[in-house]
Design a protein around this ligand. Structure first.
Ligand code: LLP
Length: 421
């Protein structure tokens, strides 16, 4: 459920008509709902009620400071994957003891910064990384808390580009080698092994892969404890999917996921961490765009929008579906017609949808891409020198620009000429 509903014939974000924001901010723009973000965070928090747990928002999904600050105020931890994300989390007021650091390529500088500023744990992805963390921490005279990310070799049954738990993926260490690597870690200076980490992929629409992976983690917990390791924390990753196509999908709910977690791992006495990103931010955001032209082609009609693949890359990159709805509510029973919905970028890949049934639309009409809050603005670029889309946040009847659209001057100023020009 989200807070983008038609009211008086206009799609609203909570109590604000999207037409009002469009008039003030211009299009395209991203718009987030505070109530939806809050609701989704709480769903996870409540799903793990009764366990010692921390919901670490995977901020790669949407990392505007206003979003992070909203979630931090609710008690969220953060899952970060770069020095930049770490800096953002700290700036949003998240204490180091609530930040976990994931990612396959942490640099020495990033590791040192996190040790300096405080970190709950590093989720270590390889033996060379373990050695570097040991060296950096020892050099600083501190101890780095770590989990080791194991790759359980489970098929998450999701898009190949966002599946991470198969043995052919670059993530984690093979679970079969885990005991050996834990023994190695325990012998290294500057390292304190605190638990196990696993993340099998994103946009999972079935709980079965989670069950398979978590059963393997439960077995590993027992085996490592028998080896003498103090396994007291399990980081279970993120990945729960959302209904991108509302008319025909209903992925499992956080409460069902929570029940599975408790069933499989609840009796181990471990502190539990989860790292949801998409489910918290995805349906908390829309991308609003204006139709520039309606162009009749051969056998098809194109709706050419002022948003493009550089603003929302998911359809081009993953063939992802986003529901696209008119901001002005269509009359009940109105006839739809198929449109190819495209952006202005000079690439055929700049296509959001093909033959999508839409009510009659023309130049000047607004449309909203639903489920655009996660992996939307954060994956945007300025390809074709199109300014980064602004972000707006709504709370009740208030809205605020939380990242302004850069002017052409600001964009140009980022380039500098070499002395010989
Ligand atoms: N934890 C780790 C270690 C991850 O790699 C990810 C996502 C998450 C948590 C959060 O997963 P979520 O709950 O958001 O599914 N750009 C792609 C998604 C890439 C996901 C990468 N890792 C997309 O637009 O679908």
């Amino acid at each position: 459920m989200d807070h983008f509903l038609y009211r008086d014939g206009v799609l609203h974000a909570e109590d604000v008509p999207l037409t009002e924001i469009a008039a003030e901010v211009g299009t395209p723009f991203y718009c987030y709902s505070t109530a939806t973000l809050t609701r989704h965070f709480r769903l996870f928090d409540e799903a793990l009620e009764g366990t010692d747990h921390l919901v670490c928002y995977a901020m790669k999904a949407a990392s505007n400071q206003a979003i992070l600050t909203t979630l931090a105020a609710l008690g969220a931890g953060m899952d970060v994957v770069s020095g930049g994300e770490y800096a953002r989390a700290k700036a949003a007021g998240v204490p180091g003891e609530r930040i976990v650091f994931s990612g396959v390529g942490k640099t020495r500088a990033e590791i040192a910064d996190a040790l300096e500023g405080g970190i709950r744990q590093f989720n270590v992805e390889s033996e060379p990384e373990l050695a570097v963390i040991s060296a950096v921490a020892s050099g600083m005279g501190v101890t780095a808390p770590v989990t080791i990310r194991v790759n359980p070799d489970v098929d998450a049954k999701t898009h190949a580009k966002i599946s991470t738990g198969k043995s052919e993926n670059k993530f984690g260490i093979p679970i079969a080698r885990a005991r050996e690597v834990y023994a190695e870690a325990a012998a290294l200076p500057g390292i304190e092994v605190v638990g196990i980490d696993v993340h099998i992929g994103s946009q999972l629409t079935d709980l079965e892969p989670y069950r398979l992976a978590y059963e393997k983690v439960a077995d590993l917990t027992r085996a490592l404890r028998a080896d003498g390791h103090d396994i007291r924390r399990l980081d279970l990753g993120g990945g729960l999917g959302i209904p991108y196509e509302r008319s025909n999908s209903a992925p499992p709910l956080p409460v069902e996921y929570g029940a599975l977690v408790k069933e499989v791992l609840g009796d181990l006495g471990c502190e539990l961490e989860i790292e949801p990103g998409r489910l918290i931010a995805g349906n908390a955001g829309v991308l609003v765009s204006e139709v520039i032209y309606l162009k009749s082609g051969e056998g098809r009609d194109f709706l050419i929008l002022d948003a493009a693949m550089n603003d929302l890359i998911r359809p081009a990159m993953y063939d992802a579906w986003h529901d696209i709805v008119p901001v002005r509510e269509p009359a009940p029973g109105v006839e739809t017609a198929p449109y190819d919905i495209v952006g202005p970028v000079c690439e055929s890949g700049d296509t959001f949808a093909k033959a999508r049934p839409m009510p009659p639309l023309g130049a000047g009409d607004l449309v909203a891409f639903r489920s655009a809050g996660a992996y939307g603005a954060v994956m945007a670029s300025e390809y074709n020198s199109r300014p980064l889309v602004p972000e707006v946040m709504v709370k009740g009847d208030q809205f605020a620009v939380i990242r302004a659209r850069p002017t052409y001057d600001e964009i140009l100023k980022r380039d500098t000429l070499p002395p010989w020009l």
